[in-house]
Design a protein. Structure first.
Length: 255
């Protein structure tokens, strides 16, 4: 009972985080083809600057390999320093263009220009008040996803289907970051206004049908529903929906 209440409280905090960030990272602005070689992001889930990059990745429906670098982390921080010259996050590595770059604004501009062939939409441009709201958003999530608490490491990276603005997905990403578990983040942003709302009560009544040919359509055909978070662990063969179940699994398997 206590665990359920704590989980519900964390969900409410995560909803506040999404609200403070204006629910960016929910809708796809332009779905672009996945690059030949996957993007790599050295990332701290609770960092407001890293969050802005993940919002842009959702807006473009781009997948990315996450290398968690929480404070006190010992798994990827030295690798990030060797790659980018310093321990500063976010750090994007794009082997398709031999690009290695820090600074959230520069990364966001690069992603939209390189993969969407356009400038950054107004909704995703930096505003003077965003650092303050971004920091408050991290506080609303109790600063989870900032500090390392890792023990066991998997042999193979995990796979998480998510989108940045999803409060339930954020809880799972926070835990993966704290455990320093690498994973491929499969962005599954909402592709049409009719998809707005939780999986079981979208704004459009009736049976859910994703737009044909998109990533959500492929996920629907594979699983019979579109709901995030969804975690796959190739080390154990587990595939799990529901944030509470996933968190329980991660704590039991790797915590």
């Amino acid at each position: 009972m206590a665990n359920r209440l704590a989980h519900h409280a964390n969900v409410l905090g995560s909803v506040a985080t999404s609200s403070l960030t204006a629910w960016r990272g929910c809708l796809v602005v332009k779905a672009v083809p996945q690059p030949e070689q996957p993007l790599v992001l050295y990332d701290m889930e609770g960092c407001p600057y890293c969050r802005r990059v993940r919002e842009a990745l959702t807006a473009l429906n781009l997948d990315v390999q996450i290398r968690p670098c929480p404070k006190g982390g010992r798994v990827f921080r030295k690798q990030a320093e060797a790659t980018g010259g310093k321990q500063q996050f976010p750090l994007l590595v794009d082997r398709n263009t031999d690009t290695v770059m820090h600074e959230s604004e520069a990364i966001i501009e690069y992603l939209f220009r390189q993969y969407a062939g356009r400038s950054v939409p107004g909704y995703y441009r930096e505003r003077v008040w965003q650092p303050v709201l971004g920091s408050l958003a991290s506080v609303a999530s109790a600063m989870r996803g900032l500090r390392a608490n890792s023990t066991e490491q998997p042999d193979q990276p995990l796979h998480l289907w998510s989108f940045e603005g999803s409060p339930f997905s954020r809880l799972v990403r926070e835990k993966l970051c704290e455990l320093e578990i690498p994973y491929t983040l499969h962005n599954l942003g909402k592709e049409h206004w009719t998809e707005i709302g939780p999986a079981k009560q979208r704004i459009k009544p009736g049976p859910y049908r994703p737009l044909p040919g998109g990533k959500r359509d492929a996920f629907f055909k594979a699983h019979g529903r579109v709901q995030v978070p969804y975690l796959e662990d190739p080390n154990t063969g587990e595939g799990l929906f529901e944030s509470a179940r996933i968190l329980g699994y991660l704590n039991a398997q790797y915590g």
